[in-house]
Design a protein around this ligand. Structure first.
Ligand code: ZN
Length: 279
């Protein structure tokens, strides 16, 4: 099956992709220099660089902020931990609003420390998202649940399939709630196409791209550049765009041993090329 290359204007860079050698200001300048129109910054980078300054650069350079990374981490082992997560998530919504982000991405959290109760953690996640929706909806900041590959169920996110994310949208109501689909996390799922259809245009709030390397040498920091791994990215893009998704394709690569070590200008150039040739 052949696919037309994507519109180059739809490339977005998740700022984690070049975070090691550049600060956020340098990343924004670099993206602008390469003609990239979408960015998705991380909270720690924004905090280091300054929220006001970050928002000003976004406006001045005319970026679309295709997501703000990230809220979530809802489960806690004490009421105090749960309240702290709630308050921090509200601040994340406020920051996302100030940056004009299209959504706040939620990495929902895994098991509380010492717990083996994944069903309980999932219930905390549902309740946490429900509570955050009450805060985010009146501020018009959509929340995007990002299902993570099941290898992260214990420590990062106990929502591991698009079906589960769709179930949460069904239960909590999809006004201001949707899904961030990351090919790295969903490519293996035998039901992914069915669940993309079920999500539909309304729920697909973000589309993240990178590649799955074989072998994967590190659970977190060994994501591949598009084209270097085994993910059929064009078919997933066709599926989301088949639902009417018109948003950006956000490159998100954590690569401790490879891409983070390269000159960021080379990384951005490669992202632009591979977006055209492999997505
Ligand atoms: Zn992602």
């Amino acid at each position: 099956m052949s696919h037309r290359p994507p519109d180059p204007k739809l490339l977005s860079i998740n700022t984690a992709t070049v975070r090691k050698r550049w600060n956020l200001g340098e990343i924004f300048e670099g993206c602008a220099r390469h003609g990239i129109q979408g960015v998705s910054p991380w909270r720690d980078q924004v905090q280091t660089f300054g929220l006001t300054e970050s928002a000003k650069m976004v406006r001045d350079l005319g970026f679309v902020v295709t997501g703000y990374c990230r809220g979530g981490m809802f489960p806690g082992s004490t009421p105090e931990e749960i309240v702290a997560a709630r308050d921090d998530n509200r601040r994340a919504v406020d920051e996302a609003c100030e940056l004009g982000a299209t959504c706040l991405v939620l990495v929902v959290g895994g098991l509380p420390k010492g717990s083996k109760d994944i069903l309980g953690a999932r219930a905390q996640v549902r309740d946490g998202i429900g509570e955050l929706l009450d805060y985010a909806r009146p501020r018009n900041m959509p929340l995007a649940i990002e299902p993570l590959h099941p290898m992260y169920a214990a420590d990062r996110a106990c929502v591991n399939t698009t079906a589960h994310a769709n179930d949460l949208c069904d239960e909590l109501g999809d006004d201001g709630l949707g899904i961030a689909l990351d090919v790295y996390h969903v490519w293996w799922d035998p039901y992914i196409h069915r669940e993309i259809n079920r999500a539909g245009k309304k729920r697909i709030l973000a589309f993240h791209i990178c590649d799955w390397l074989v072998p994967t040498r590190d659970l977190l920091l060994d994501r591949g550049m598009m084209g270097d791994g085994v993910i059929d990215i064009p078919s997933l893009r066709a599926a989301v765009e088949g639902q009417g998704y018109e948003g950006f394709h956000e490159v998100e690569i954590f690569s401790g041993q490879d891409w983070w070590e390269r000159p960021p200008d080379e990384v951005l150039k490669t992202c632009i090329e591979r977006h055209q040739s492999c997505c």
